[in-house]
Each structure stands twice: as structure tokens, then as C-alpha cells.
Design a protein around this ligand. Sequence first.
Ligand SMILES: [Zn+2]
Length: 468
Amino acid sequence: MGQASRTTKLLLDLSNRSQGGANSEKRAALEETAKLLDAARVFYVAFFLAQAEKVTERVPYFSQPHQAMRERLLSANELLTWTEFHTVETAEHPHPLPEWNFSQAFPNFPFVYRRSVIKDAIGRVRSYLSNLANWQQADKKGGKPGLPGTSNHPTLYQGAFGLQLDGLDLRKTFVRLKVYDGKAWIWINYPVKYSRYFEQRRTEPGWEQQSPKLILRKTSAELHISQTKEIKAKKVIESKRDPDLVTVAVDLNVKNLAVITVRLRETIIETVFVTDHGLDQARFRHLKRIAKKQWQSGKPVKGEHSNQQLWRHVRRQNRDAAHKVARSLAKVCAKYPGCVLVFERLRKIAPKGGNKTHRLNRKQANHLRGQINQISREKAYAQGVVTVEVNPWHTSQRCSRCGAQGERFSLRAGRREKTGGGKLFRCLICGYEANADHNASVNLHHSFYREYCWHRKPKSTKGSGHSP
Ligand SMILES: [Zn+2]
């Protein structure tokens, strides 16, 4: 029993007023709100740092599963009640601590925002204090943990927002937010960029909606609505006993972004190649341009990012490619309910050789593989498919048919040339020849079932010398 989660984004329409967007006052109100919430967070982070012994106080309780008295931290809700008692003026407790009077410092602050800020501050200060304790226990090795940050995107709990999404009529769809306009807290309606895709995702059965977050950026504002779903999935160790288990293995590479092979009863029943459609080359050209521009403009200015638009473009392309690969993988998994997804444990393809741009591009490709792995895992889990990571040791050097050591080669002008990074693979014992990435993908199944040379799990992949 587990939980899958995902984020569905709803963009606020901040385009020109004449095109149906929010006016500049509404935009200013969003900024004011974020500023005031940050100030409130500064207040509470300082408060909790001053009350560190309360934040780390342990209380005894009776544990049912252990049938014994144990100790635990105060829960966030208990701490919240205690905090409000000491910082907020109410009829029941009219005299909070004089130096920590939140009601005086922030008059008329809506309580939903206050609670959101307090809970956020509790999390931050607790993580800081535990990092600090670890650092002191480790005899002050490494850097001292920094003080907790105070800016964050606010979580909107019930009572700080309202969604008015009546059908697909754009004139009726807006988000009602409680915001600070510089003088008082008021409700404002914001137009949204609403679409049927969003509606489909928001109302999909099985997904439960959580409190949204308000993300404010320089030129955009978004509501990030997180959704969760209960997942029932068998443990891999149980699935492995099933003789009719389907395994889906994925080999991640640079040009062939993913080679997906599906195996049932020792037979490969489906293969899908997902290529990068020239992404690697395009990214190389962009990085070359960045390098040239940097060279032309001389020494970079400290604290300033250069080539922001190009970098954003590169990142977006990477992210888009990762989502597309994950989608095609999820499609394959959907065909075989109850299958197990097999990934190789990610290793870095060392960025060696070539010039600086080549190395940078290799680094980006590594990053992309990490993204594909992470997004696919989430998408698959939402369908009830569990992912396992197997040792990638020797997967691209062994023959997937007999398990013997083979070699990589390329065809150049009709002649076979043995090269380290060749596209093709050949077995010297049984004569099997195949695409090297496909061969590696099939070997992942062997590694999962511990067949051939993988029957004994090698302790470390470092010993294999070069990248497999
Ligand atoms: Zn062979």
C-alpha cells in the first residue's frame, strides 16, 4: 500500500488586460501578499529559534505496536496550538509574550495564512536544529548548517482560496484568492488559463486533491495543486515468484534515449526504441553558442547568471524530452498490468575527452537520464507498477543470448571495425550480433533474475574499470 502523488498546474492569466488578463493592481497585490507572508515567516522562524527547547521537547506516550512507553517530538499541531497561545491575542488569552506579539506586528493577518506560515517555520527550524545537532556530534566536520531560509511559496489552506470552475466558459472560470493589497486583506478574483486538459486531470477518478501552493515568479503566477492516489502494488519479491511475471527493462542512453524491452517467460515479446530526435546535437549547438558568447563577453560578473534564455531553453528541452520518454514507457507498462519495471542503477558516463562544450553536453545528457528515471518511476507507480534498480555491471559487455564476453563494433563502409563505443555488439562465442543498446536492455532482465554471470551480485561497479 503506497501513495502516488503528482502536481497539476493552473496558470493565472497575467497577460494584457485587453486580452482578458489580470490588471496591474491585481498583480501588485500578489507581490504584496508574498512579501507580507515572507515577513511573517521571518517572525516565526526567529520565534522558534528563540524557543528551541520547546521545538525539540520530547513527550512520553504509549505506543500500541510496541506495547510500551516511548518518547516522541511534539506534533506540528500541538506545537501550533502552543505557539498561537503565546503569540496571538484572543479573548481567551489576551496577553501573549510581549516581545513576540504577532497580533500587534501583523494586524488582521488571516488565520489560515498564519497557520500555514507557522507550520512552514516549524518544519524549517526543526530541520535546521537536527542538522546542527548532527554537525556538533560529528565534531564540527564539514560546513556549519546555515540558518533556515525564510522565503517560500505559500500553501493555500481551505479558507484562503476558492476555485470557481464552471464548465469551460472562460468568463466564469477564475480563482478567488485572499490577498493583501498594501492596506488590507481582501478577496480578489483572478482570471486563469483554464483548459479541458486541466479539467480532465483535476477530476480524474482516484486522485485526491490536496492544498494548492501559490507560485509567484517574475512574469507568471501559478497554482500548483498536488494530488495523491492510493496505490496497491505487490512487493517485487512476491512478484518474482510468479512464473508469468512480465518485466519491462529500460536501458538509458544518449542517442537512443531509452531502449525498452518486455520479457515474458524468457522471451522478449516487445521492443521499443525511443530516440532523441536530434536533441543531443541541438543541445550541443546551444552550448557551443553559450560558450562563444561567454568568451566574447569576457569574465563573468559575480552573482549574475549569463545566457539565461538559452539555458532556460536547454533545460526546458531536457525536461520535455524526459516527460515524452516517460510517457511512452508508461504506455508500454499499461499494456502489462502487474509488470515490474527494471532500471539500471544510474552511473555517470564520465565526461572525459573532447572540449569543454562536449563535456558540458555529456553532463546535460547525464542529467537528462536522471530526469527520465525519476519521472518514469512516478508515472509508472501511479499505474501500480513498481520499479526496481538493478546493477548495470557488464550489461553492455556480455552477450544477452549466452552470457559470454563480447565486443562492440561499428560498420564503416561495409567493414566491421572494433571500437569501444560502437553501435553494434557481437558475441565471440555464439556469433550473436545485435544493436548494442538493445543487447544491454535485454541483459537488464538477466541481471534482475540473476542469470548467467549475474547470479552472484558483484559488490561494486567501480571495479569494472571502464563504463559498461
Ligand atoms: Zn553469445
